[in-house]
Ligand binder design. Sequence first.
Ligand code: AMP
Length: 214
Amino acid sequence: MKRIVFLGSAGVGKGTYAQDISEHYKIPTVSTGHLLREEVESGSKEGKEAKKHMDKGELVPTNIITALLKKRLAKKDCKKGFILDGYPRSMEQARALDKITHIDVAVNFIAPLKVILSRLGGRRTCSKCGWIFHIKNIPPKKKGICDKCGGKLLIRKDDQPEAIKKRLDIYKKKVKPVLDYYKKRGVLKQVDATLDYSVGGEQIVDDTIKAIEG
Ligand code: AMP
């Protein structure tokens, strides 16, 4: 069973590595950011409420995101495990997660701030399937079009400079206790994700698998 949490600030590359590790273990990546963007698209009441926070780079209220997550983890494809990308982002969420499932390993991806800012600036996200590209490091075969599904690639609203700054500040404050929490439980692993995907991607995938297995 591989019930894995990926931690690390926005732009560290954890969504990209989640894609690769997911393929390796044949388990789904559950990205709470993607779940929320789908909910926004659906036009539901929760989606509308979530959008207000997301556009500003703030966290969506825990009850909204936790309910979506619980529903997603109950689906059949999560039976053999999953990679959770983007949750928990606070102690409140770490405790809520413990009520839904058991976490086997938490991988924390780290990289210097300068690297993170450059990655977020070049990120392009598929508006349809959520696949992540980067104009320099992971360019799509056809400009502006998703390799996977043909959807349109967009710059997320919260990848604009002001929202980026806010997201990084919130991350530092709220996720630190979550790291300590998993460390105390003996399930926290660190992976250095400083190298760009085009240069060090394979190495970082290997390191991540070792961290998960170790
Ligand atoms: P992400 O794609 O993980 O960067 O998430 C995009 C946005 O969705 C974040 O800036 C938050 O507004 C919201 N979001 C994603 N995951 C969570 C979460 N676990 N708790 C609260 N808000 C979240």
